[in-house]
Design a protein around this ligand. Structure first.
Ligand SMILES: Nc1ncnc2c1ncn2[C@@H]1O[C@H](COP(=O)(O)OP(=O)(O)OP(=O)(O)O)[C@@H](O)[C@H]1O
Ligand SMILES: O=P(O)(O)OC[C@H]1O[C@H](OP(=O)(O)OP(=O)(O)O)[C@H](O)[C@@H]1O
Ligand SMILES: [Mg+2]
Length: 280
């Protein structure tokens, strides 16, 4: 049975469970459940702290897991990135009070507070910067005001937390993170093929919608140029008319613009439909 580690708390927990549920896997009802067996899909889920997921996957006790790229890199575990999951996006950045420090070189000799010490030490070393890394569990942004550090290195999403603490970002991001599927050192891709295919299917369904429209034969080439599809659109003759019906996938973010273009090109009865899951 495939063993998969899933974050039990924090920002990644809810979207990870939603993704797995949409991919047809059983998910827990009670947030205190630690293990969940899904016999129909031959999968066992282990609900672990987000930070620990990479440790378990890297040690080989579970085959795969969902975590953040930043957490994987900070863990130093032997797990590897397998698939980007499209949620939990963040950047990892340095910040300090305005004018205090404004470049990575400027961190030299200072104290840097972070919950990601391995990642930060590795980054500073690559710049030849020597600094004291102060490891904190969370709420790192308060460390400067409270006098335990001069600089923070932390996850930034909207930047609201930094601003509220009177800190300003400086330097290039240490990394761009998002939720990822990771796999253990001895797991071959074949073992994860069904899981990966299902997750990709849901991710794709989130990015695309299905569009259906009717079009007079003389305008068919023009509308197909607007919606070429992946391979080729499905085109069906309409009964008793010199028209065709077309069905094709289009990017969700461009759906309304494409509908406008189809109408202008002669398409009528244009409608879009949500996709639940896709397998291409
Ligand atoms: N505000 C946010 N927006 C998007 N992703 C975030 C945000 N905060 C954290 N993350 C991502 O979530 C992961 C860390 O999750 P989280 O912060 O929930 O765990 P934690 O800090 O270990 O746990 P906790 O905050 O409960 O102590 C990282 O991959 C991080 O990039
Ligand atoms: O840029 P923002 O949108 O403000 O989000 C970033 C904040 O979110 C996370 O904190 P979390 O809620 O996980 O608390 P923690 O620091 O205690 O882990 C992260 O550590 C930042 O503090
Ligand atoms: Mg956190």
């Amino acid at each position: 049975m495939l063993r998969i580690a899933v974050p039990n708390k924090g920002s990644l927990s809810e979207p990870a469970a939603t993704l797995l549920r949409e991919a047809g896997y059983k998910q827990r009802r009670d947030p205190r459940e630690l293990v969940l067996v899904d016999p129909r899909n031959e999968v066992e889920f282990f609900f672990l702290r987000p930070r620990d997921v990479a440790v378990y996957v890297g040690s080989g006790t579970v085959h795969a897991g969902i975590t953040g790229r930043d957490l994987l890199l900070d863990s130093g575990a032997a797990a590897t990135e397998h698939l980007e999951l499209g949620f939990g996006a963040s950047t990892f950045r340095y910040a300090a009070p305005a004018d205090a420090v404004s470049s990575i070189e400027g961190i030299h000799g200072k104290r840097v507070a972070t919950s990601y010490p391995r990642l930060v030490k590795h980054h500073l070393k690559s710049f030849g910067v020597e600094a004291t890394v102060v490891r904190l569990d969370g709420a790192v942004e308060s460390s400067v005001r409270l006098g335990v550090a001069d600089v923070v290195a932390d996850v930034v999403s909207t930047g609201t937390t930094l601003r509220a603490a009177g800190l300003e970002i400086f330097g290039e991001p240490l990394l761009k993170s998002e939720a990822i599927l990771i796999k253990g050192p001895d797991v071959d891709d074949e073992e994860l093929a069904v899981l990966t295919g299902r997750l990709r299917g849901v991710l794709m369904a989130r990015q695309f919608v299905l569009v259906d429209y009717d079009v007079p034969n003389e305008h068919l080439d023009a509308t197909i140029a607007v919606t070429p599809g992946f391979e080729a659109p499905t085109v069906t003759p309409l009964h008793g008319k010199d028209w065709h019906a077309v069905r094709v996938m289009i990017p969700r973010s461009e759906a309304n613009q494409i509908m406008d273009q189809l109408y202008a090109a002669g398409g009528r009865g244009i409608l879009t439909t949500e996709l639940l899951a896709v397998r291409l």
